[in-house]
Design a protein around this ligand. Structure first.
Ligand code: BGC
Length: 498
């Protein structure tokens, strides 16, 4: 199947949505500790000259409630966004869902930047979260539906690359703001407001995006669909490969219509419900590897390792975020070579190893000092690298490709809700867990990463190189019988290998 530069441009344009997702993850923790500006403005920190050990600022009792609410309002918005998009991506289409996500995000961030009160800040967080929830599902779905089969995995991983670039940029920009801007409210407003640049970018890019050809075909807008498909593949409409691909899409849509209606109830049917469980569980395990525990709380974790905030916050966070970004490249390369399953398996083993090793090193650093602290830091980098090249991108790829078209939006929506719900739970419970079991919390996440690997080993089949229309056979749903250039023997072969 041919592919084109245009197809990559389209994938990158859509993946801009990932940049917002990432920037938000990277920025909020930094804003919350700006005591002298953000903290004082919202009445959660006060100037305390007697406080000599730190920087002369202390926190009111409501500090942790407010910071918890700032995180939670956003994550709950994301969860609701993922629920809404399950319906919207069918009704409005994938492209326009991305547009709505971008617009909501811009509105939400504008409210946060201008917030005169905590209530407006929270409302802005919910609206911004709605936007991110929508984008986090609509973007990979759109990319998967526009990509040629043999590059689909790689193109969907572009979104993960953008997420990690967003996280990295957020930490660098914050460091610059903290070092260079005066200690006024401009600081947090600037840190949050920088998100408007990629936010507006998503909205503007959207104007130049095509509609998903699969969504168009499903709406019987065939002539538009085939034109876009030909343009994406870089060939003319008459080209035999594009004609064949289009025929295959159309035939499976017809077959699917005979099998089901694409209702919510269909998610519970045999052959579909297993895929819902796979998407939900993979997202569950992705979150419970502990990646966001590390990303959100790194400044606190390195203090546990024996470093001071001043010494370590910014450089360690930037270094870790850099590893997270660079680590995505091996994943992008390997996804079409080793396949999804092998990456998930190896990722689980190596993440478990590094989490357990970190646990050991932090334990030793508390009794034996700084040599072990450094080993703990490198071990965290090792964990981040393992995540970034495997579970980070692959879970999104897998989820966006396993569902038949008629329930794809609903199925991926449910998977995305699992991502955000577990993310929210981790944001809430991990500080308490760390208080309760100290550095053993790493071992807990290590054990969960291993459990994710076991789940993959026994349940998750390989999907590499199968057309979106061919996956029904693999997952044991009623097969769609139609002419394709892949025979069912090919499907069997992949199943066996898995
Ligand atoms: C996860 C996010 C995580 C990010 C880190 C994504 O795949 O879903 O929760 O923060 O990777 O790079």
């Amino acid at each position: 199947m041919p592919s084109s530069v245009y197809n990559y441009v389209v994938a990158f344009g859509a993946a801009f949505g990932g940049l917002l997702f990432g920037y938000e993850i990277g920025v909020v923790g930094q804003v919350l500790v700006m005591d002298s500006t953000f903290g004082q403005y919202f009445g959660i920190a006060y100037s305390d000259p007697a406080n000599t050990k730190d920087d002369g600022w202390s926190r009111y009792d409501n500090y942790s409630d407010v910071t918890g609410n700032v995180t939670m309002t956003f994550l709950l918005g994301c969860l609701a966004g993922a629920a809404i998009v399950s319906w919207m991506a069918d009704f409005l289409g994938r492209k326009r869902s991305i547009l709505v996500g971008g617009i909501l995000f811009v509105i939400g961030v504008t409210m946060q930047v201008a917030a005169p009160s905590i209530a407006v800040l929270y409302t802005g967080r919910v609206i911004g979260g709605l936007g991110i929830g929508i984008l986090s599902m609509a973007v990979p779905l759109f990319i998967a539906e526009t990509a040629p089969t043999h590059l689909r995995g790689r193109m969907v991983t572009v979104q993960q690359l953008m997420i990690t670039i967003g996280i990295l940029i957020a930490s660098i920009i914050n460091a610059i703001i903290i070092k260079t801007s005066p200690e006024t409210n401009l600081r947090w407003r600037l840190a949050l407001g920088m998100q408007l640049i990629p936010g507006v970018g998503v909205v503007v890019c959207n104007v130049f995006m095509p509609y998903s050809p699969r969504w168009l075909a499903n709406r019987n807008r065939d002539s538009e669909a085939i034109k876009i498909l030909a343009r994406l593949r870089g060939v003319s409409i008459e080209d035999a490969t594009v004609q064949a691909e289009f025929r295959e899409i159309k035939e499976s849509i017809e077959m699917e219509r005979q099998i089901g209606t694409g209702s919510w109830a269909e998610l519970l049917k045999p052959g579909i419900r297993n895929r819902v469980v796979f998407a939900v569980m993979l997202q569950f395990f992705q979150q419970w590897t502990g990646i966001n525990f590390i990303l959100y709380y790194l400044p606190n974790l390195i203090v546990l390792m024996g470093f001071t905030h001043d010494q370590a916050d910014i450089p360690f966070a930037i270094a870790n975020n850099f590893v997270n970004m660079v680590g995505t490249f091996p994943g992008m390369y390997l996804v079409e070579r080793s396949g999804r399953r092998a990456l998930l398996l190896w990722g689980a083993i190596s993440m478990a190893f590094f989490q357990l090793f970190t646990c050991l090193m932090v334990g030793l650093s508390q009794s034996h000092g700084s040599g072990f602290s450094w080993l703990a830091v490198f071990s965290i980098f090792g964990f981040t690298l393992s995540f970034a090249s495997t579970w980070g991108p692959i879970v999104w790829v897998y989820q966006s490709e396993i569902f038949p078209l008629r329930v794809r939006a609903k199925g991926t929506g449910v998977g995305t809700m699992s991502n955000w719900a577990n993310n929210a739970i981790i944001a809430k419970v991990s500080p308490k867990l760390t208080d309760a079991i100290d550095y053993k919390v790493y071992a807990l996440f290590g054990g969960l990463a291993l459990a994710g690997g076991i789940f993959v080993k026994f349940f998750i089949p390989e999907t590499k190189n199968l057309a979106l229309e061919e996956l029904d056979t693999l997952f044991g749903a009623e097969p769609l019988v139609h002419e394709t250039n892949k025979t069912s023997a090919d499907v069997e072969l992949v199943k066996e290998k898995a």
